[in-house]
Design a protein around this ligand. Structure first.
Ligand code: FES
Length: 64
C-alpha cells in the first residue's frame, strides 16, 4: 500500500483527532461528508460544527 493511501489517525494533546490519508467520512446515515485532508475531528464534545473541531477545546480548557 502506498504511504499516501494509509489512513492515519492522530490525537493531538488536549485537541482533536487529525485524520489523513485515503479516507471517507460518513454521517450516521452512511452519507459521505465533505472533509479536508487532513481533517480534524472533535474529541472534546464542545465543537459547534461536529464532527469537526472548531477550536472550542481551547476556550473551554479541555484536557486529555
Ligand atoms: S477537539 Fe476541538 S472543538 Fe472539540
Amino acid at each position: 500500500m502506498d504511504e499516501k493511501e494509509k489512513v492515519e489517525i492522530k490525537p493531538f494533546t488536549n485537541g482533536p483527532y487529525m485524520v489523513s490519508g485515503k479516507f471517507k467520512l460518513l454521517d450516521a446515515k452512511g452519507n459521505e461528508v465533505n472533509a479536508t485532508n487532513p481533517t480534524y475531528l472533535c474529541r472534546c464534545g464542545h465543537s459547534k460544527i461536529k464532527p469537526f473541531c472548531d477550536g472550542s477545546h481551547r476556550t473551554v480548557g479541555w484536557k486529555e
